[in-house]
Design a protein around this ligand. Structure first.
Ligand code: AMP
Length: 288
């Protein structure tokens, strides 16, 4: 049964009424957008939000616009009651969980494109993705009008796309990134990890170990190409079908060749069986 204790609203009108009350008393409001199936990664962002602000809103909405027809929208894990319990435990102030029609009325016609940053990495194999994310996040930011919105470094390209959109559209919100939370063996927490079979789950940390090793090699001054070649081989050996494995500038995602002399991160996405995993790490010694 759904938790009765945590305040949950379904409509923009209800959300705005509560936010307006908080504004009157001068509260600093933080939004943490999620698609639910909450894990420690999400909860860490809520804790960060509580440190930064006075009132924390968590949105839970599985956004159809960021899934292609052949992707996992239908099977995406939905654990709403458990999510509410977890959010209650860490004293979230408000959950905004709109039904689909509240977000996308039948004649919805607007689409936001963030050019440049949305190309490459996840944008190549998921060309629909960042437009769907930017559009729904723009709506959530307008609906809630928070002072700050928090996104995970886990989806680093997404974080940069949203920060750029917020700046370009003068949304008047600060976009803050929160560090990646990992399982003990290094696997980045993700709602999609639930799809992994026991055997895949054992192999899954190889993704993180591989990019970590590449990042350390780069910090030692090694060249990018051999490190990436080795990484590809290692992931293939572990049964991954690699989508991309790349080193990019951490501020603007420009590709980096040769040796790293700037703020850089290693990015990877790969299929393990039917599950798409993504991860990224900073190159030690390079600025974030
Ligand atoms: P999602 O529900 O997958 O859309 O994620 C909601 C937010 O949680 C996004 O800003 C993600 O980047 C963030 N997030 C997901 N997994 C993690 C993680 N392991 N560590 C930190 N943040 C995460």
């Amino acid at each position: 049964m759904a938790s009765k204790i945590i305040k949950t609203v379904r409509t923009v009108a209800e959300l705005r009424t509560i936010i307006a009350d908080w504004r009157k008393t001068g509260h600093k409001i933080i939004l943490v957008p999620t698609m639910g199936a909450l894990h420690e990664g999400h909860l860490s962002l809520v804790r960060l939000a509580k440190e930064i602000g006075d009132r924390v809103v968590v949105s839970i909405f599985v956004n159809p616009a960021q899934f292609a027809p052949n992707e996992d929208f239908g099977s995406y894990p939905r654990t709403f009651d458990g999510d509410l319990d977890k959010l209650h435990e860490i004293s979230t102030d408000l959950v905004f969980a709109p039904p689909r029609d509240e977000v996308y009325p039948p004649d919805f016609s607007t689409h936001i494109t963030v050019e440049g940053l949305s190309d490459g990495l996840c944008g190549t194999s998921r060309p629909h993705f960042f437009g769907g994310v930017a559009t729904v996040v723009a709506k959530l930011l307008n609906q809630c009008r928070p002072d700050v919105a928090i996104f995970g470094d886990k989806d680093y390209q997404q974080l940069l796309v949203i920060r750029r959109m917020a700046r370009d559209l003068d949304l008047g919100v600060e976009i803050v990134g929160g560090p990646i939370v990992r399982e003990k063996d290094g696997l980045a927490m993700s709602s999609r990890n639930a799809y992994l079979t026991a055997n895949e789950r054992e192999r899954a940390p190889q993704l993180h170990l591989t990019i970590e090793e590449i990042a350390e090699g780069l910090a030692d001054g090694k060249s990018i190409k051999p490190l990436l070649d080795e990484g590809h081989a290692r992931l293939k050996e572990a049964g991954f079908d690699v989508d991309y494995l790349e080193v990019r500038n951490a501020e603007n995602l420009a590709p980096i060749d040769g040796q790293v002399q700037e703020s850089a991160r290693v990015f990877a996405a790969a299929m393990l069986g039917k599950t798409r995993l993504i991860d990224n790490v900073a190159v030690p010694g390079s600025n974030r």
